[in-house]
Write a protein that binds this ligand. Structure first.
Ligand SMILES: Cc1cc2nc3c(=O)[nH]c(=O)nc-3n(C[C@H](O)[C@H](O)[C@H](O)COP(=O)(O)OP(=O)(O)OC[C@H]3O[C@@H](n4cnc5c(N)ncnc54)[C@H](O)[C@@H]3O)c2cc1C
Length: 238
């Protein structure tokens, strides 16, 4: 793990509240898909948890830039991100995290809620760029359709790699316009019917604590999955 600065090269609006930030690092950051970094706005006090926060990489390691994606709130940390302009430099500590994909699984499944999609994007982009034969099934839940981050990227990857990637969007709070979205929340029945070969997949769950805990409960208690076949990363701070 090391500290390095990155220069902001682009901001990308993903939804009304979610934004991606792309940086050109001064020194290459070697990371595995699924890992995260720490953004350090308070360089004098590394323990300042309000200004120094963890964000997952939301791009494949093969790119010559790094990208992080934040659900922007009213917090000071979010304000600092919003205020960044192209050319501004930010300090990062990276890489961190063990919930990673290292080419070792032939079939993987993702049970994801909201902003937990960020490391999934890194893993999927990595697999497709490396032309691996890994089969990916993603169940991705959000409250409403316009909250779905990275939908156009996921739709494109699904169209271009239909034999490798299957995505099911689930929305809980209103009738979706896209008829491929399902109404509801990810539960045992949805996993059993839309990821029917779940026993043969390595399952990843990323996201806010309540979401990860609900997904673990479905897998371990309701479906009696082998706990060796589940990897989780909790986004503390939600
Ligand atoms: C491994 C990891 C990866 C992450 N990846 C991402 C990512 O890719 N994108 C993303 O948007 N977020 C990610 N997060 C969460 C991120 O670090 C922030 O905590 C989160 O975005 C909230 O930040 P905020 O400034 O908007 O919080 P605030 O608006 O200040 O807080 C949101 C809520 O969390 C509570 N809270 C704040 N800090 C803590 C804390 N340290 N412990 C417990 N509760 C707290 C607050 O009281 C409030 O209720 C990740 C976290 C971890 C640990």
């Amino acid at each position: 793990m090391k500290e390095t600065r990155g220069t902001l090269i682009e901001k990308i609006e993903r939804t009304g509240t979610i934004e991606s930030f792309r940086f050109k690092p001064e020194e290459k950051i070697d990371f595995l898909p699924g890992q995260f970094l720490q953004v350090i706005f308070d360089e004098k006090d590394r323990n300042n948890r309000l200004l120094n926060k963890h964000l997952s990489f939301s791009c494949a390691p093969q790119n010559d830039y790094i990208e992080v994606t934040k659900r922007l709130s009213q917090s000071e940390f979010s304000q600092r991100l919003r205020q960044l302009r192209e050319g501004d430099a930010v300090l990062f500590k990276a890489p961190m995290g063990n919930c990673v994909f290292k080419d070792e699984y032939h079939n993987i499944g993702f049970l994801i809620g909201g902003i937990g999609i960020t490391p999934v994007v890194s893993i999927v982009e990595y697999i497709l760029k490396k032309q691996l034969n890994t089969n990916i099934c993603l169940l991705y839940s959000n409250r409403v359709e316009h909250d779905i981050a990275f939908k156009s990227e996921l739709d494109y990857w699904q169209r271009t790699h239909p034999h490798l990637l299957h995505v099911l969007y689930v929305v809980s709070d209103c009738e979706p316009v896209d008829k491929r979205c399902m109404i509801g929340t990810i539960n045992k029945d949805i996993v059993a019917s839309h990821m029917s070969d779940w026993q043969e997949r390595m399952i990843f769950a990323f996201g806010p604590p309540a979401m990860v805990s609900a997904m673990k409960n479905i897998c371990l208690e309701e479906l009696s999955c082998n706990k060796e076949l589940i990897k989780t990363e909790i986004f503390m701070g939600y």
